[in-house]
Every structure is written in structure tokens, then in C-alpha cells.
Design a protein around this ligand. Sequence first.
Ligand SMILES: [Zn+2]
Length: 296
Amino acid sequence: MRVLMIFIDGIGVGKKDPAINPFAALPSQTFTDFLDDRHLTGVHDGLALRADASLGVEGIPQSATGQTALLTGVNAAAAIGRHLNGFPSRKLRDILHERSIFKKLTEGGVKACFINVFNPLFFEALEKNLPIRNSVTTVANMAASLRFFGIEDLVKRRAVYQEFTNQMLIEKGFHVPAFTPREAGEILARSAAGYDFCLYEYFQTDAAGHAQGQLRAIEEVSKLDEFLLAVLDKTDLKETSIILSSDHGNLEDLSTSQHTSNPVPVLLWGELARNHPEIKSILDVTPLIMKSFRLV
Ligand SMILES: [Zn+2]
């Protein structure tokens, strides 16, 4: 049994209004369950669920607390009394160091990895012990003392950059191949099969939601759809389960440049879907994965 977790920043379940919701504007194959007027169907024999991201705390859900909740099962917003955006605070880093899914799985003998590629500046900062702000996923990985992947791993097609077509890296002058969304999805599926648990993080969706441009937003959905279809095509769902979720809504409502309080999708494929788990909030994601490895 393996699990591939795909974390997509800033996507919620929104209104079926193509003028403000790119998921309604494009006939995507993997995101058909993203509209709030629709009965959930579960594409490609998967299961589509919805999860609360507000966590009982007033205000609009934010990234640092949402991601910490997603990757620990701890109500991080309640722990600090508010939703926190951006990078994790000391208290959130403490929660991650103690309860990160990478740490708990690794301690349970599960071979885990964070498959995102980091650029050389990150490794230089690590080596020289420079003060840099690390994201929730980065801290979660550090908590288990797991390795990070670099540009060489990308070139050898064993890890994937956060913007999976590599356009951003190429624009910065890195000599890396450009991937189509399909190629990137195939690389993720193949690489993930080498681990018991693998996390991939994508956050261009959240950036596109803040920017509010409809064309860019639709392009994001289209790219992601192609990427996810490739991942599903190239994953043996008898061996590997896939879980896709988010930390808060954003892209599904272009009428605001802020995050939204909409529920977020939890899409499941493979054994995780067949077991029909109950998911109420993003706090249920880490326990579900732990349970699938019989570590609860
Ligand atoms: Zn955001």
C-alpha cells in the first residue's frame, strides 16, 4: 500500500458561475465535483469529499495554519487563536516538529518523501545556516530529517518542481527541460511509486486566485487537469492511493482577491476511496493517511 498526496494550495468548492469560478468555466475531467450545486460523483472511480477549512476559528482560513492542520491533524488555528497566512510562526513550527506527518510516518517505518524540487539558493542557505523563512511543507519535511530534492533530480526526472512545467525556472536562467503537464504528471506518478508515502505541493493556484485574472485562472485549471489525468493514468491504483486536498478556498471565487471560507475538496482514488472514509474537515486528512499505514 502506498499513498501519493497532492496538496494544491487555495482551491475550494464554489458556485457554478463561470464568470467568477474557473472550475465552472472549463469542462475539466478531474474537477467536476468542485461545484457546490452538483451531487458528488467522484471522477475516474475516485471519491469526492468536502472538508471544512475554517476549523471553528473566526476569520478567513489562511495558509500557515491550514497547511499545518492538513499535515499534522492538529487544529493549528485554534492552537494560536487565529488563522495565520504565509510562513509558520514559532508555535506552528513547534507543532510541525512534533507532529508532522513525515515525522510520524518515518518513525513508524514508512518510507516517506517530499518530492518537490528546491533551487540551489535553498541548499546554499541550508549549508551556510542562513536565516530563511521555510514553508509549512519544508518544516514538516525537516521535522523528519528527510532529504530535499534539487535541480539535478529534476533533470533526471525523479522529482518535480512546484510549478511543474519548469517555465519559472527556465525564465530564471536554469538549464532545465520544459515539461508538458502530462510529462510532469507521469514523472510524479513514476517517482512516487518508489516511496510508501509521497507529498507533492502545488501553489500556483493560490497565486492565480489572488491575481483574480480569469484567463490565468482557467489556464491553471486546464494545466492541473492535464497533470492530474496523467498522474491517474500512470499510477497503479491497486498499489497506490491518491489523496488530493487543499488548505483553504481561493481560486474558485475570482470576485475576491482574498481566500474564501468555502469547503475544500478531498479527492481520493485507490484503496483510500474504496474504504469510503468520513472526512469532515482538513484535520481528518493526516489521521486518514496514518490509519491507512495502520499507524493509529
Ligand atoms: Zn493565499
